[in-house]
Design a protein around this ligand. Structure first.
Ligand SMILES: CC(=O)SCCNC(=O)CCNC(=O)[C@H](O)C(C)(C)COP(=O)(O)OP(=O)(O)OC[C@H]1O[C@@H](n2cnc3c(N)ncnc32)[C@H](O)[C@@H]1OP(=O)(O)O
Ligand SMILES: CC(C)C(=O)C(=O)O
Length: 522
């Protein structure tokens, strides 16, 4: 085992600002780095790897300022195996109340070939550089890069040298995401047991996700005796990324029965920092990403929604509140059932009997078949529109429009039980459609208002159209919601006309002296 005093405690080492920033395109500004470091410090990250100070003036300044501002976390910088890197790193991290120099060199046969060093020459370099780092800083981490592809005997030898030279943490990087969970646990366990002094340092695990096993490998390493997990927010990092902080932390918390190790992370801060890192890095989180994906606590299908409404534990192993979300989301879509629809309508203030629910459910499914997600406004629009007593009903319509000529609209209406078709041309598809409706049902009503709102998000948003007609001082308004703006416009116009007809009738005999005349143009 390691020298972590509390053997149940796993240290969280966050490298979002170093390995995370190495994701092509994820570069963050100075101010953004300071903000993320503050959030990491505030959420209880034990060690923040704030950058690679020799890499650039900007990295040096960022690490220095993060070190100056740090409150609780230990601030660490990365350095290659040479004095210049280590000195520069120390210059930056020395401002922190708690600091660390992290120095590394590639120890696998492939990586030894890069600087063209023999095994003995590399061993000497490790001794020199770790000793140098330790003379500057009492907290030194050493990493044999590509450890999981390094020969066992050589790995033991160089780790022993680093420990003797003063390293306090030995990190075992799976640099190319090559290892598997069983191997990861076994490697750490055997290193701790075999390397002299192995039980006096902290062993750490640094996994990459090339085969999608970073989280599993990190947790297996902890089972093998590692007491520090290196990770990043949202799993940001080189290639397929690093172990995701939110995954290992929530896994340890949720399955503490079989993984009895704790972290110091305030998990309620996870969602906020995940969103900030996504924004500043420009790397959106995939919808189905564990813990922080948009769908991680969302249930659309009817059977799941019904189960959730009866008991959330039916389909949730964590509480969304534990990561800082306000609650579960039950988005309505084509897979939803009556239970979720009724629940949602009730929260919107609609109390429905069974028959009403049945009717609205049919209309809801019809809409959901045309739309990815049905939002609250969609439901309100569905509830508001009642087409029961309409004299004029839209049967079908077809519109041709574009460049090089007037728009043409052919509309088929059912007028008091009889189907009538008219074709008209106009200045755009809506104008042509209104003219076709007027050809079928002539009237002298003036169009006082025509308004379109996209009430929901996306290109498949529902367009809510409002139309106001005025005839002889009588005003009638109509509304409609549809994913097709022109269809929505036609329906709103027809809705207003229907209301006008009712108004005329309500003003008594003689009020509507005009005959309803229409032409069958088919
Ligand atoms: C697995 C990891 O994530 S390791 C960290 C990787 N991160 C980065 O590389 C990001 C920051 N890096 C940089 O800004 C630049 O690479 C710098 C400033 C560090 C170096 O830039 P340059 O001097 O132009 O070198 P360049 O990047 O072309 O090559 C890397 C050099 O470092 C050497 N090197 C690589 N790792 C180590 C090491 N651990 N110890 C000593 N030298 C090393 C290489 O052999 C090569 O040296 P050479 O130029 O003498 O052949
Ligand atoms: C510097 C080391 C720890 C690294 O990032 C890796 O090996 O992936």
């Amino acid at each position: 085992m390691t020298n972590v005093t509390d053997q149940d405690r796993v240290l969280i080492f966050d490298t979002t600002l170093r390995d995370g920033e190495q994701s092509p395109g994820a570069t963050m500004t100075h101010a953004e780095k300071l903000e993320i470091a503050e959030l990491l410090d505030d959420m209880g990250v034990d060690i923040i790897e704030a950058g690679f100070p020799i890499a650039s003036e900007g990295d040096f300044k960022a690490v220095s300022e993060i070190a100056e501002r740090s409150k609780n976390s230990r601030i660490c910088g990365l350095a290659r195996a040479n004095f210049a890197d280590i000195d520069r790193c120390w210059e930056a991290v020395k401002h922190a109340g708690k600091n660390r120099i992290h120095t590394f060199i590639g120890t696998s046969p492939l990586h030894r070939a890069i600087p063209n060093l023999s095994m003995d020459e590399m061993a000497d370099k490790i001794h020199e550089t770790v000793s140098h780092a330790r003379n500057l800083c009492e907290n030194v981490q050493w990493s044999p890069m590509d450890a999981t592809r390094t020969e066992w005997d050589y790995l033991c030898r160089v780790i022993e040298i680093a420990i003797k030279a003063g390293a306090t943490t030995i990190n075992i990087p799976d640099t190319v995401g090559y290892t598997a969970p069983v191997e990861s646990a076994d490697l750490i366990k055997r290193l701790i047991e075999t390397v002299p002094g192995g039980d006096e340092v902290v062993f750490a695990t640094h996994c990459h996700n090339d085969l999608g096993m970073a989280t599993a490998n990190s947790l297996a390493a902890v089972a093998g005796g590692a007491r520090q997990i290196e990770c990043t927010i949202n799993g940001l990092g080189e290639r397929a990324g690093n172990t995701a902080l939110e995954e290992v932390v929530m896994a340890l918390r949720t399955r503490n029965d079989i993984m009895p190790w704790n972290t110091g992370i305030d998990t309620t801060k996870i969602m906020h920092i995940s969103r900030r890192v996504a924004t500043v890095s420009g790397f959106n989180v995939q919808f189905n990403k564990a813990i922080v994906g948009k769908n991680a606590f969302a249930h659309e299908s009817g059977i799941h929604q019904d189960g959730m409404l009866k008991n959330r534990e039916n389909f949730e192993i964590m509480r969304p509140e534990d990561i800082g979300l306000s609650g579960t989301s039950l988005p309505l879509g084509k897979h939803s059932g009556r239970a979720a629809l009724r629940d949602k309508l009730e929260t919107l203030g609609y109390e429905l009997g069974d028959n009403q629910l049945r009717d609205i459910f049919v209309r809801f499914k019809d809409l959901a078949d045309r739309k990815k997600e049905v939002f609250d406004d969609d439901l309100i629009a569905l509830m508001t529109l009642d087409e029961e007593d309409d004299r004029l009903q839209l049967v079908s319509m077809k519109v041709t429009c574009g460049t090089g000529g007037q728009a043409e609209s052919t509309v088929e209406l059912e007028v008091e039980g009889k189907d009538v078709i008219a074709t008209a041309h106009g200045d755009g598809p809506v104008d042509a459609t209104f003219k076709a409706i007027r050809a079928i049902y002539p009237n002298k009503a003036h169009l006082q208002l025509y308004q379109v709102h996209a009430v929901t998000e996306g290109t498949d948003a529902q367009a809510t159209v409002s139309v106001r007609l005025e005839e002889d001082g009588m005003i009638a308004t109509g509304q409609s919601a549809n994913t097709d703006t022109v269809v929505s416009s036609a329906k709103a116009y027809i809705h207003a006309l229907n209301r006008l007809i009712v108004r005329r009738e309500k003003t008594g005999p003689g009020a509507d002296t005009r005959e309803i005349s229409y032409k069958d143009l088919t």
